[in-house]
Design a protein around this ligand. Structure first.
Ligand SMILES: O=C(CO)[C@@H](O)[C@H](O)COP(=O)(O)O
Length: 228
């Protein structure tokens, strides 16, 4: 069932280690089949080298297990994002060191350069801290809620990633593979941002003209990037 999507999600989870985005099992990748509304996600606590097509978790949007092992502990967060960000097809959550450092500092990653602007239209937001009640009651679902709240004034397709305050990042894309690419970029701009601030002290974002040039030359109907 859904073998093609399973293969994509399997390779995406395994690529977390290959891309230096994860330590131990501190991350998970999912993908959704829009037709059946079934989500394939990494099984909880399973080392990436032991992941197979057979042990991947398959859940419906209510979180019920349809096939495979017990799903990632972050499944409720993934499922809420699929419901509230309907055009995404894949999600990555991981504790990559630089992005996690900005999340622990509770800071948005400002647009400090064109590398960032090529992929994220504006700062990468950090959610507000969660309340004690949110943490104690259905934490992973409430994590999804604070992420959605951080996007009330920005579009999730223009900024395909977020830092969860005190926790780590979630990134997304049209597929699990694109979500991995956005996670790689998020970690890189988090690293560059930290070093830029180190070199220049409190730095300002680039101006809007440069942000627009770089973002819209890759995205939208006037894009002229690549072979298109
Ligand atoms: O955020 C966390 C733990 O803080 C999780 O992302 C785990 O690090 C991965 O959990 P599983 O996907 O293996 O349940």
């Amino acid at each position: 069932m859904l073998d093609e999507l399973k293969k994509e999600v399997l390779l995406a989870n395994k690529s977390l280690s290959e891309n230096g985005l994860v330590t131990l099992t501190w991350g998970n990748v999912s993908g959704i089949d829009k037709q059946s509304e079934l989500v394939i996600i990494k099984p909880s606590g399973v080392p990436y080298e032991e992941l197979t097509m057979e042990n991947l978790s398959v859940v419906n949007l209510d979180g019920e297990l349809v096939e495979g092992k017990k799903p990632s502990s972050d499944t409720p967060t993934h499922l809420l994002l699929y419901k509230r960000f309907p055009e995404i097809g894949g999600i990555v959550h991981t504790h990559s060191p630089y992005a996690t450092s900005w999340a622990q500092a509770g800071r948005d990653i400002p647009v400090l350069g064109t590398t960032h602007a090529d992929y994220f239209y504006g700062s990468i937001p950090c959610t507000r801290p969660m309340t004690e009640t949110e943490i104690k009651d259905n934490y992973e679902l409430k994590t999804g809620h604070v992420i959605v709240e951080a996007f009330k004034n920005r579009h999730y397709k223009e900024t395909p990633g977020v830092l969860v305050h005190g926790h780590a990042s979630f990134s997304w894309g049209s597929s699990a593979k694109e979500a991995i690419n956005h996670t790689i970029v998020l970690e890189e701009v988090a690293k560059m941002g930290m070093w830029t601030e180190q070199l220049k002290g409190d730095v300002l974002s680039i101006d809007r003209a440069l942000l627009d040039k770089h973002y819209f030359r890759k995205h939208g109907k006037y894009s002229y990037y690549g072979q298109n």
